[in-house]
Design a protein around this ligand. Structure first.
Ligand code: SF4
Length: 99
């Protein structure tokens, strides 16, 4: 089983980003989306704390190849996105289905 690509984890305070080089299509969505976090000229090239964790998650979600993934730290504060159970959060504007 040689040639398998290792997934590398870049741990931040609020979010950890993983990168699997073998899947990367070099579309540069990440680099264009958040250059302060993703910079191939720097080592390490991913700095998860370089921007708000929600923005990091959003840009990671744009990766077309699946090379990038993320997970929030268990105790990290979140201002948007999914709830702790992975389900949608209730909308703050009230219940639109109410009569
Ligand atoms: S967005 Fe994904 S596929 Fe594109 S360069 Fe970044 S890691 Fe590679």
């Amino acid at each position: 089983m040689s040639g398998a690509t290792a997934k590398k984890a870049y741990e931040g305070r609020s979010i950890t980003v993983t990168f699997e080089a073998g899947l990367c299509r070099h579309a540069a969505e990440c680099v264009h989306g958040l250059p302060e976090v993703f910079d191939p000229a720097r080592r390490p090239w991913i700095l998860p704390d370089g921007a708000d964790a929600d923005r990091v998650a959003e840009v990671v979600g744009r990766c077309p190849s699946g090379a990038l993934e993320y997970r929030f730290a268990a105790d990290a504060p979140r201002v948007s996105g999914q709830g702790p159970s992975g389900g949608p959060e209730p909308s703050p504007g009230g219940d639109p289905a109410a009569p």
